[in-house]
Ligand binder design. Structure first.
Ligand code: NAD
Ligand code: DAU
Length: 349
């Protein structure tokens, strides 16, 4: 099968492509603009494989996207390319509207043209989305596939919009589509703006560890390799027209996550006499519109596709800390000018 992955140089896209090349026999074309978040170094382990190829392109560039989709003629489009960081969407929402909404619209049009041209009964457009489209939970309850959309950030609103476009292309034009909405991912090769790698790197550099607000916000953490496995299962066994929620059943407060990272680091890299990673924890101004809690009800994908995560949070987090400690070169190569500074407090443009 031929699989076009968009955003394959990003955190989840690169995990998906490493999985597809190492664990399946499909041909994979990675289409990525290589923004600050896209790094080909993350694909070094499979870059020389003859079943893998890369093309640098912007999903907002209609002509290029039409041409690439038409000439590759994929059986699957797995669409991950997006602006993904909530704090950046607070600072500069425009890019999120362009890439996440207009880019998805372009890709859907290209997919529709291909589908009508080839009449390929095996074709599927898989849109990779987020649980943030459902908004924020209180102390109880879980997001199901029936939870009404209620996005709160420019990022989640742009992803919700793209989810609706995908669904509409399915209903109106008969394009075979499937949507997945996943909780917070963590693991190796994640850009160090996101909570877990930011805390690991900052702690190691003896910088302060910023906790937004009181640290009681809850996220449901899933190891990125478990997400990659789930995506492949949905892309190959999911029912067209359906949505599947994906999550780790690993609810943690942000304060718990940061404290656990400090514990693991203390064991792996003792901080030196009279020093403590925990003492670096600093409560800072809250994120505007900060969602309180995300938690996924994964019973549909468990029951219908037989997917279960394989990594526990404890083992996955430990491996992640070890990976960042051993891969300073990758971190330096991808960071560009970013030095773990606070994002997301500026007024929007
Ligand atoms: P990421 O920011 O690490 O990677 C995004 C990738 O998309 C990068 O390689 C970037 O270069 C590429 N890209 C950005 N704009 C582009 C454009 N205009 N044209 C082509 N390529 C472009 O993101 P991620 O964390 O890997 O997330 C991937 C997808 O999964 C996103 O759609 C995101 O909404 C979704 N998601 C992420 C998480 C998470 O916890 N990270 C959870 C659920 C869903
Ligand atoms: O739920 C899925 C989403 O998870 C994805 O759709 C997004 O692409 C992904 O970025 C992630 O969004 P979050 O906003 O939850 O992730 P982030 O790592 O930015 O923040 C996790 C939590 O930690 C959140 O409650 C904010 C908090 N936080 C974050 C940073 C960067 C801090 O307390 N301090 C920080 O410095």
């Amino acid at each position: 099968m031929k699989i076009l992955v968009t955003g394959g140089a990003g955190f989840i896209g690169s995990a998906l492509i490493r999985f597809l090349i190492n664990e399946t026999d499909h041909d994979v074309l990675n289409l990525d603009k290589l923004t600050y978040a896209g790094n080909l170094e993350s694909l070094a382990p499979i870059a020389d494989n003859p079943r893998y190829s890369f093309i640098q392109a912007d999903i907002c560039d209609t002509a290029s996207i039409n041409e690439i989709v038409a000439s590759f003629g994929p059986d699957r489009i797995m669409h991950l390319a997006a602006e993904s960081h909530v704090d950046r969407s607070v600072d500069a929402p425009g890019e999120f509207i362009q890439t996440n909404i207009i880019g998805t619209f372009n890709l859907l049009n290209a997919a529709r043209t291909l589908y009508e041209r080839d009449e390929n009964d095996n074709f599927l457009f898989h849109h990779v989305s987020t649980d943030e489209v459902y908004g924020s939970l209180g102390e109880e309850d879980f997001f199901t596939e029936e939870t009404p959309y209620s996005p709160n950030s420019p990022y989640s609103a742009s992803k919700a919009s793209s989810d609706h476009l995908v669904r509409a292309w399915g209903e109106t034009y008969g394009l075979p589509i499937v949507v997945t909405n996943c909780s917070n991912n963590y693991g190796h090769y994640q850009f160090p703006e996101k909570l877990i790698p930011l805390i690991i790197m900052s702690a190691f550099e003896q910088k302060s560890l910023p906790i937004y607000g009181d640290g009681s916000n809850v996220r449901d953490w899933l190891h990125v390799d478990d997400h990659a496995r789930a995506l492949y299962l949905v892309a190959t066994s999911g029912v067209p027209g359906e949505t599947y929620n994906i999550g780790g059943n690993n609810e943690k407060t942000n304060l718990d996550v940061v404290s656990t990272i400090c514990d693991v680091l203390t064991e792996l890299r003792p901080p030196g006499q009279n020093l403590s990673y925990h003492n670096l924890i600093t409560h800072v101004a809250d994120r505007p519109g900060h969602d309180f809690r995300y938690a996924i009800d994964t019973r549909k994908i468990n029951r219908e596709l037989g997917w279960l995560p394989q990594e526990t949070f404890e083992s996955g987090l430990r491996k992640t800390v070890e990976w960042y400690l051993e891969n300073g070169d990758w971190c330096e190569a991808v960071s560009g000018g970013y030095e773990q500074e606070r994002l997301g407090l500026k007024s929007a443009n």
